[in-house]
Design a protein around this ligand. Sequence first.
Ligand code: BTN
Length: 265
Amino acid sequence: MKSSNLSVDDIAAQVKGGFWKGIFFYESVDSTNTLAAMLSEKSGLASGTVIISDEQVKGRGRLGRAWISPPGVNIYMSIVLRPGIPPRDGTLLTVAAALACALALRDKSGLRVSIKWPNDLTVSGKKIGGILTEVRSDPDTINLAIIGIGINVNIVERDFPDDIRTIATSLRAETGAYYRRSDIIIMILKELEYWYKTLKGEGRRTLLEEWKRLSSTIGKDVRVVAEGETFSGVAEDVDDEGFLLLRLPSGSVKRVSAGDLTVLR
Ligand code: BTN
């Protein structure tokens, strides 16, 4: 299974140890998240299954947006986990994934990749990747989590659509170098295994402290659109469940689980 710079055999050979159960590669899919959900429904995919596609024709971003997914250049992958954690801890899965990606990208490129709450990966304020986590839960437990990861790797600036060219970037656009996608995926999977195990092993404070170290959000004046409302204030901290604590001008603190955040200064 090879596409340019992407070899599932290489990935499978490098991520040994039993945590990763199967790595599946497709040339083209609608969306790796949609496919992972469908296959989980049909055949109950094991926790630790990874679905990678060279291209997505209906790539999905957060808040119903499209995710630009041309062939041959970027990473589109979905990770199936069965965490068995309480639904209130669901945000921590995204925190773990954002951290894993930021650390992997820093390691492979040397760029100062930051995390913009809740799950944007940024370089110099431009978006280089994003995470879309979709879960299926009982009242007490998350039974299935599909963590979708999109990273702009070798796409060049002129190939971004006009409306996102000024706000998006890629590893190649930032450094001029060309990257093997397999190497980046291997590093992301290794980091994610580590941080997921940390989370499950009651290491949430360690996880959140590391997330805060890489965050470009904490301490900044921000505007957040959430629950159909707009809130402005200072992003003071994240709490133990990964919610953003926003200090409002009134002095009160608003706890936000998800939303669209703009750093004002
Ligand atoms: C965001 O809006 O920032 C989240 C983007 C997530 C994109 C990835 S690409 C792989 C997976 N499949 C999808 O359709 N979306 C996610």
